[in-house]
Design a protein around this ligand. Structure first.
Ligand SMILES: Cc1cc2nc3c(=O)[nH]c(=O)nc-3n(C[C@H](O)[C@H](O)[C@H](O)COP(=O)(O)OP(=O)(O)OC[C@H]3O[C@@H](n4cnc5c(N)ncnc54)[C@H](O)[C@@H]3O)c2cc1C
Length: 261
């Protein structure tokens, strides 16, 4: 079949599209590097030779297999994006948890594990030709996929106005400090809310995120921002409630819940 000369044929031939190219599958992975991210969290780079690449905001399922054959799997957001055959993860230790203490305290360079992905087609971001504002709202380790989005925005030289509200316990608990500084240099307005300890010299005392603090930091409802919220399930539910009360269209908000009660 010959298509009229609209350029469409060339585009179809040259670009199979993310959905076709990045179908989720199981992949063998090797731990390439580990480093302390915070006193309670670790950044882990996995080499995944068959990885098809992933979009900013996507996640994967990570499966561990013990010597006796026992398996455990958990979902982890991907802090990196693009076509490279590797992924960057950041895992926070949940005390008493089965998988996260192992990943934070025990996994070593060279260890083999398996990942299934890339996963998630809704909680993703692409440079937006309409320059629609983007509001990112993270609680704790919920920063992981939002850091991927903020970094991709900075790297793309994307023109959309971006804001990040990051609720975290103390300054020591901040993930991806260098990456967020780079995003900030690229125009992302970053607001931290510290629930337990504020940095020295801070004019705002430490305290849990409130509806007023949320309203002060995020784009107003009439800005029509695309909103991404990520964190523990109670954090996400609270933020969604407040956004609704403040007049945001919460049917349009993209939310990722990490669990916990
Ligand atoms: C889509 C998705 C992406 C995720 N991305 C990340 C990520 O990038 N980094 C990361 O550190 N975690 C992430 N998580 C959470 C992760 O999947 C695990 O739930 C977490 O690591 C705890 O696993 P565990 O085996 O240690 O705890 P479990 O043995 O599963 O649980 C132990 C106890 O901790 C509670 N619990 C489980 N998860 C949490 C939580 N997140 N917060 C508080 N309490 C919890 C459980 O209810 C249970 O009571 C993500 C979850 C989802 C669904």
């Amino acid at each position: 079949m010959t298509l009229p000369d609209t350029g469409l044929e060339a585009r179809i031939t040259r670009s199979p599209g993310p959905a076709a190219r990045r179908r989720p599958a199981w992949h063998a992975a090797t731990v390439a590097s580990v480093a302390a991210e915070t006193p309670n969290a670790r950044r882990i780079v996995l080499d995944v030779p068959t990885w098809p690449g992933n979009d900013p905001g996507q996640h994967l399922d990570l499966r561990l297999t013990a010597e006796d054959g026992y398996q455990a799997s958990r979902s982890y957001s991907i802090a990196s994006s693009g076509d490279a055959p590797s992924v960057l993860l950041a895992v926070d230790r949940v005390d008493g948890g089965e998988v996260s203490p192992f990943l934070v305290d025990a996994v070593e360079v060279g260890d083999a594990l398996e990942v299934h992905g890339p996963l998630g087609g809704w909680f993703v971001w692409h440079p937006d030709t309409t320059a629609r504002p983007v509001q990112l709202i993270a609680g704790g380790s919920g920063i992981v996929p939002l850091a991927a989005i903020a970094t991709a925005h900075a790297d793309a030289g994307d023109a959309a106005p971006f804001r990040l509200l990051y609720a975290v316990r103390t300054p020591e608990d901040v993930f991806f400090r260098a990456e967020l500084d780079r995003a900030s240099d690229a125009g992302v307005e970053v607001t931290h809310v510290y629930s337990r300890t504020a940095p020295p010299g801070s004019t705002t005392p430490a305290g849990r995120l409130t509806r007023d603090a949320l309203a002060a930091a995020v784009f107003p409802p009439d800005a029509g921002a695309l909103v991404y919220v990520c964190g523990s399930t109670p954090f996400v539910e609270q933020v969604l409630r407040w956004l609704g009360e403040l007049g945001h269209d919460t049917t349009d908000v993209r939310a990722e819940r990490f669990g916990g009660s």
